[in-house]
Design a binder for this molecule. Structure first.
Ligand SMILES: *Cc1c(COP(=O)(O)O)cnc(C)c1O
Length: 426
């Protein structure tokens, strides 16, 4: 048995969670397309339901194919455990669910995926939670926004879609100093480009829909647990530190230690919220992850070449990509994502709104869809689509002004992509 914690990334992405199947010896992880799993006897059933023994009961909670994916992503992030969910947005709600009570708040970056801004500024209010949005480039402002009711800090490692990189070194140190868990959405960077736990993050969330699966086939999400946060120290995380009635007074942190969040996420979160990943989806994502490092290298190399070309094109007024030497995030990028700034570019066109729509219309290789992180190159005009629910001020903060187009650079031939952009810019 290889010690994967000491192995290189390329070994982890293939061998994480990939045991030979015990029943058949199958080398690839089988798709356990089964809702329920048999109990050996009534005592076995009782032990499973009491969390006294680990095993499979019902696929809303656990499933062997999904468990293999959880283990693989946990290994890649350097976490102790993970909870797979039905989507990236499900992962975000599930992460907050374990930490928040009515009346509590989170402090979130003002540079986030548009759907996350809507989730945090509007939808979570019906749970009695609230979010304060702050510029995470300014750690003093983040600290000033934290109050007695703050239960989490939330940011993206590489922010969607503006191409900003969060200084996780500074924010992670702040989170540890004030004793508030930092949740990092690592979707755009993937664990290949960024390892948030090394900077002090407590939880990592992913939309596995994007680069982890890598081919636009699956909607899924995941929360990874660093195992390092002391949930009992402050008394502010009662779901994890206090007796849980539904499990006969079991205290998750006392019983499961570093795995408290992971166990709670499955035994209460998935049990009661039901935002479960299905085994077929987990299978596609496991296949995708096997080639993650190879794809990310190609994504980054293409994005760097295309960003440099666009920056020198007279029809383009600006290119927002932290992989450019001219980027304000160049120094942060060296420390936080040294292997590359991802493959999402936000560009502004001199021709404004109309030029953006015409670019989208004329592109032939790029597909006009609301997605990113596909092997195929994709294009979208956020102000009229993904970010249209945002106010003008929120759009500006998120880097999605009306004259901005977002490109998700795929792994096709870079020169073909440049030729396509050249003809479509008109
Ligand atoms: C897509 C995305 C999400 C939401 O994920 P879904 O799988 O679509 O629910 C969250 N964060 C980021 C950065 C994303 O790109």
């Amino acid at each position: 048995m290889i010690d994967l914690s000491k192995a290189g990334f390329q070994t982890k992405q293939i061998h994480g969670g990939a045991k030979f199947d015990e029943a058949t010896g199958a080398r690839q992880i089988p798709i356990y397309q089964s809702t329920a799993f048999g109990f050996k006897d009534v005592d076995h059933a009782a032990r499973l339901f009491n969390l006294q023994e680990l095993g499979y009961i019902y696929s809303r909670l656990t499933n062997p194919t999904v468990a293999a994916l959880q283990e693989r992503i946990a290994v890649l992030e350097g976490g102790v455990g993970a909870v797979a969910c039905s989507s990236g947005h499900a992962a975000q709600i599930m992460a907050l669910f374990a930490l928040m009570e009515p009346g509590t708040n989170l402090v979130a970056s003002d540079k986030l995926y548009g759907g996350t801004v809507t989730q945090f500024s509007q939808t979570i209010k019906s749970f009695g939670w609230s979010a304060t949005f702050v510029d995470f480039d300014d750690p003093a402002a983040v600290e000033a926004a934290i109050d007695e009711q703050t239960r989490a800090l939330f940011c993206e490692s590489i922010a969607n879609p503006g191409g900003a990189i969060t200084d996780l070194e500074a924010i992670g140190a702040l989170a540890q100093r004030v004793g508030v868990p930092l949740i990092v959405d690592n979707t755009l960077a993937t664990p290949y480009l960024c390892q948030p736990f090394t900077f002090g993050a407590t939880l990592v969330v992913h939309s596995t829909t994007k680069y982890l699966t890598g081919n636009g086939t699956v909607t899924g999400g995941c929360i990874v647990d660093s195992g390092a946060f002391d949930w009992s120290a402050s008394g502010k995380y009662p779901k994890l530190s206090e007796p849980c009635e539904a499990y006969h007074g079991l205290k998750f942190h006392e019983t499961f230690g570093g795995l408290a969040f992971t166990f709670y996420g499955i035994a209460v979160g998935l049990r009661d919220l039901g935002m479960t990943m299905n085994p077929q989806g987990a299978h596609y994502t496991l296949l995708g992850i096997e080639t993650l490092s190879l794809r990310m290298r190609e994504h980054v190399a293409n994005a760097e070449k295309i960003a440099a070309w666009l920056e020198n094109d007279p029809r383009v007024s600006s290119v927002s990509y932290a992989g450019l030497d001219s980027s304000a995030y160049k120094d942060v990028k060296q420390r936080i994502t040294p292997k590359g700034a991802g493959a999402l570019l936000s560009i502004k066109l001199k021709g404004g709104y109309d030029a953006c729509l015409s670019l989208v219309k004329n592109l032939e290789i790029f597909s006009h869809v609301a997605n990113l992180g596909d092997a195929k190159s994709l294009v979208i005009h956020p102000a009229s689509t993904t970010h249209r629910q945002l106010s003008a001020a929120q759009q500006e903060a998120a880097g999605v002004a009306p004259d901005a187009v977002r490109l998700s650079i795929g792994i096709e031939n870079a020169d073909d992509l440049i030729a396509d952009l050249d003809q479509a810019l008109g």
